[in-house]
Design a protein around this ligand. Structure first.
Ligand SMILES: Cc1ncc(COP(=O)(O)O)c(C=O)c1O
Length: 409
């Protein structure tokens, strides 16, 4: 099979294309999978080398030089991307653990014991929420009528004085539907429930302002749209709600003087109270360059390009007569376009054979996620390849039973 990836021709009209040179994989692939794993910038190699160098050169003193502070220091760098202030964000090993920390601080044995979520939330978080029933929680899962959206009115109606927590994604991972977070948070606030938002599919591709949204807790990660690799998630808790949240999932980093090795926990009053054990230091080094880059570019410019490119993808899919499982209204659409074709899984694998990287989710379809570094002609290239794979039956090479599934999130 021959594959021709469109070559870099330069573009005078899209200043963001200047960033392509910073991402080696873009020279070899049509990279449309930033909803899953963002491309790695060249600077990450240097940053990981720094991690090694300080360990090699300073040994155990690396902790006092940099490592011990890193989960909070990197939080300060991340803060502008979600409209937070320095000192308000701490890093966590993953998004599920960050949710577990927050939920562990809630008492579900009172009359206020309900968790309201929706059926389109990421399964890992749904599992965790479901497990809270062991601790006394009543769980309400608002269903989806169309597999794409969640009705805002229905979600709001489910929130009342019995609600302890409302937990939703900002952008749904399957369909890229953008929840009306501000409206839902207003209702949560009205009844005194804690509003916990998972922004994994939002931060880095849509502008986020935690204060304008009116949420209490905002969680995200660097793996996808922040080009930062695995193991680096973050947690923001509104300082006004901080004192009311004392996680049971806690550890020595939450103690004001951890090196006193006090057997009794004296909890910090700042954002460090949400830390627990030793942070994932190499992952934080890996995440730093992406955060720097995203701050430099600015998410508003990224969002404008993302809307243009997802709009373009939808138009191309319409031209082919393909069904899209992504909102049409750009204000309610994140960075992904999902196209639901028969044999979508096999087609997505055939696309990978052609160096066009994307993924497939049952019920959603083939997910194409352009980011600030993609060119418009790559979108045409991907759609042309999909048409060819369907027309020639090339997807049969991946028909069920011929290979194992490859796990990607
Ligand atoms: C919205 C959302 N939440 C959570 C997760 C899983 O996060 P983690 O593996 O960091 O716990 C994903 C992964 O794709 C996601 O898209």
């Amino acid at each position: 099979m021959t594959t021709t990836i469109p070559t870099d021709s330069g573009c005078d009209t899209d200043p963001l294309e200047a960033y392509r040179a910073r991402f080696p994989i873009l020279a070899r692939t049509c990279y449309l999978i930033s909803n899953s794993l963002g491309a790695v910038p060249v600077e990450t190699s240097r940053s990981l080398q720094d991690y090694y160098d300080i360990w090699a050169g300073r040994g155990v003193r690396a902790w006092e030089d940099r490592w011990w502070m890193l989960a909070a220091a990197l939080g300060d760098r991340l803060a502008p991307l979600i409209g937070a202030q320095a000192g308000e964000v701490v890093f966590q090993p993953n998004v599920t653990i960050a949710h577990a920390v927050v939920l562990s601080g809630i008492d579900f044995t009172t009359n206020r014991r309900r968790i309201v979520t929706d059926a389109m939330h990421f399964p890992s978080i749904l599992y965790l929420i479901d497990e809270q029933s062991r601790r006394g929680a009543d769980i309400t899962v608002v269903p989806t009528a169309d597999g794409v959206t969640i009705d805002t009115g229905r979600l709001i109606e489910s929130i009342d004085e019995r609600t302890a927590v409302v937990a939703i994604s900002h952008v749904l991972f399957k369909s890229a539907y953008v929840h009306d977070v501000a409206a839902i948070a207003a209702r949560a606030r009205q009844v005194g429930a804690l509003m916990v938002v998972d922004g994994y599919q939002a931060v880095g591709v849509i502008p986020v302002d935690v204060r304008a949204l009116g949420v209490d807790v905002y969680i995200g990660g660097c793996l996808k749209w922040l080009c930062g690799g695995p193991g680096a998630a973050f947690l923001w808790v509104d300082p006004a709600r901080r004192h009311a949240l004392s996680p049971a999932l806690v550890g020595w980093m939450a103690h004001p003087s951890p090196f006193s090795f006090d057997p009794r926990l004296d909890r910090r009053t700042d954002a460090w109270r949400f830390l627990h054990g030793t942070p994932n230091i190499p992952a934080l080094y890996a995440a730093e360059p992406g955060i720097t880059l995203l701050n430099e570019i600015g998410v508003h410019a990224i969002r404008a390009k993302s809307i243009r490119q997802t709009e373009r993808l939808l138009a191309l899919a319409d031209r082919e007569g393909w069904r899209c499982t992504t909102p049409r209204n750009p204000a309610r659409r994140g960075g992904t376009v999902a196209i639901d074709l028969a044999h979508g899984l096999e087609i997505s694998k055939s696309l990978k054979d052609r160096e066009i990287l994307c993924d497939y989710r049952p019920g959603a379809g083939i997910r194409l996620s352009p980011h600030f570094y993609n060119r418009d002609d790559e979108l045409e290239h991907a759609v042309d390849a999909m048409r060819e794979i369907v027309a020639t039956g090339a997807w049969h090479a991946h028909a069920q039973g011929t290979e194992h599934r490859h796990p990607v999130t």
